[in-house]
Design a protein around this ligand. Structure first.
Ligand SMILES: Cc1ncc(COP(=O)(O)O)c(C=O)c1O
Length: 398
C-alpha cells in the first residue's frame, strides 16, 4: 500500500471519506485537516483550520491569465492579521473599505501605494486617514462622494463604479452601489472639474459568480463607458474588474483559468493595450483554504423535524448561510448502523434565526461528533460576533 493510499485509508476510517468529498476540497488541504485532527488529543472546537499553502497557490493563480493584471486582495473576505501578513509577503496589493482594515495593514507596514479602496461610499474619517497614509486610488459613484473626496483627499485618483448584471451570482452586489453608463460619465466629468484625477472605472459581477457571461456583459458596458469618457477628455488608464471568482461549495464551478482566458480576450478586444488592469479577489483567495471544525452539541426531534445543534452558527461564523451560500459537510459517525436522514443544522445561540441549513444528511448524530464545514475561509470570521456569549472560532494554520 503506497503512502498516499494508506493516508486515505486512515482518513476514511476516522471520517469515512468518500470519493465525492475529494471533489469538494483539494486533497492536500483535506489531508492536512485530518492530520491535525488525528494528532490533536482534544480538539477545542469551534476552530477554523487554514491551509496557507493553498491560499498562496490561489494567489499565484489569480490574475496569472490576465495580461498586466495587478491583484488587490479584498481584505473583507478574511482580515485575519496572519493571513494578511502572508499575502503581504508575496507582494500582493490590498483593497480596503474602512479605517479598521487600514489599521491592520498599517500594523504590517504595507505601503499606501499597495492599497486601493473600492468602497464607493466611505466615511470621511477613513478617507482622511487613507489619504494621509498614502492611499491614492478611491472609488466613487455619487456627487456626495466627490465632495467628500475633494475635502479629505484633494487631487486623489478616482474610478467610478459602474452597475453591471449580477445574474447567477450567489451573493449579488448590484443594488447598493453603481451607476449606469451616462451617469458614470457625468460623474467622471464632475470629478475632473472638482479637481480630482479621474482615471477609470470599476464594477463587481457579484460574489460567487457562477455565470461567466456576467464578465462579458460587464466588460462590454465598461468598454462603452471607456470610449465615451475618452471622447469627453478624461485621461482613462485604469480598468478595475473587481472580484467575484467562484469557489467550490457544494458543486463544481467554472475554473479560474477559463474565466480569465475569457476576460483577457475581451479586454484585448475592447480596451487599449497599455492600460492598468486591477482586480480585487476575496472569496477565491481564501475561501477554499479554510475548514471549520465544529462539534455537535445537541440533537432533538420536534414536530416531525430533526434538529442538530453545532457550536458554530449564523452569528459566530456562518452568516453567509442566511444569504444563500450553502456549505458542504463531512461528519463523523458514518460507520454507525442506521440510516442517513435529513437534519436541520443550527448554531449554538438561543435564537431561532440561527439556522444554518436544512436537509443535511447525517447518520445518528451524537453529541461530541465532529462536523467539518468545507470552504469556510471567506466571509465567515469577519462577519462573526460573540452574540449570546459564543466565541468566534480561532484560526489555526495547518
Ligand atoms: C468592492 C469589492 N471588491 C472586491 C470584493 C471581493 O469580491 P469576491 O469576494 O467576490 O471576490 C468585494 C466583495 O464584496 C467588493 O465589494
Amino acid at each position: 500500500m503506497d503512502f498516499m493510499r494508506q493516508e486515505e485509508e486512515n482518513m476514511k476510517r476516522k471520517f469515512n471519506l468518500s470519493d465525492d468529498d475529494y471533489k469538494l476540497i483539494e486533497r492536500s488541504t483535506l489531508s492536512k485537516v485530518i492530520d491535525f485532527i488525528d494528532k490533536t488529543d482534544v480538539i477545542k472546537t469551534p476552530i477554523l483550520l487554514f491551509d496557507a499553502e493553498k491560499m498562496i497557490r490561489n494567489a499565484k493563480l489569480i490574475g496569472s491569465g490576465i495580461e498586466r493584471a495587478q491583484v488587490y486582495y479584498a481584505v473583507k473576505a478574511n482580515d485575519n492579521i496572519d493571513i494578511l501578513e502572508k499575502l503581504s509577503k508575496i507582494d500582493l496589493g490590498f483593497e480596503i473599505a474602512s479605517d479598521g482594515e487600514l489599521a491592520k495593514l498599517e500594523k504590517l507596514n504595507v505601503e499606501g501605494l499597495r492599497i486601493i479602496t473600492s468602497n464607493p461610499v466611505k466615511t470621511p474619517l477613513f478617507i482622511e486617514k487613507a489619504y494621509e497614509y498614502g492611499v491614492k486610488y478611491f472609488a466613487f459613484d455619487s456627487e456626495a462622494e466627490i465632495d467628500k473626496l475633494v475635502k479629505y483627499a484633494p487631487k486623489c485618483s478616482v474610478y467610478v463604479r459602474l452597475i453591471v448584471p449580477n445574474e447567477g451570482s450567489e451573493w449579488p452586489l448590484s443594488k447598493k452601489f453603481g451607476v449606469e453608463v451616462d451617469d458614470a460619465l457625468s460623474l467622471l466629468i464632475k470629478a475632473k472639474k472638482a479637481g480630482l484625477n479621474p482615471i477609470g472605472m470599476t464594477f463587481h459581477v457579484g460574489s460567487q459568480c457562477t455565470n461567466i457571461n456576467n464578465w462579458e456583459s460587464a466588460l462590454n458596458k465598461a468598454g462603452i463607458l471607456w470610449a465615451k469618457a475618452v471622447e469627453a477628455g478624461i485621461n482613462m488608464r485604469c480598468l478595475n474588474i473587481g472580484g467575484g471568482y467562484p469557489i467550490v461549495y457544494t458543486k463544481s464551478v467554472v475554473h479560474i483559468e477559463n474565466i480569465e482566458a475569457r476576460i483577457n480576450t475581451l479586454i484585448k478586444r475592447l480596451f487599449p493595450n497599455d492600460i492598468d488592469i486591477y482586480m480585487e479577489p476575496g472569496r477565491a483567495m481564501v475561501g477554499d483554504a479554510g475548514v471549520f471544525v465544529t462539534s455537535i452539541i445537541g440533537h432533538a426531534q420536534r414536530s416531525g423535524n430533526a434538529w442538530c445543534y453545532i457550536d458554530v452558527g449564523v452569528f459566530n461564523g456562518l452568516m453567509e448561510s442566511v444569504g444563500g451560500i450553502k456549505y458542504s459537510y463531512i461528519a463523523q459517525g458514518h460507520e454507525r448502523d442506521g440510516q442517513f436522514s435529513s437534519w436541520t443544522l443550527t448554531g449554538p445561540s438561543c435564537d431561532s434565526f440561527d439556522v444554518i441549513d436544512k436537509d443535511v444528511k447525517l447518520k445518528e448524530p451524537q453529541v461530541g461528533d465532529l462536523i467539518l464545514i468545507l470552504s469556510a475561509g471567506a466571509y465567515t470570521l469577519p462577519y462573526a460576533s460573540e452574540f449570546n456569549g459564543f466565541k468566534i472560532p480561532q484560526v489555526v494554520f495547518v
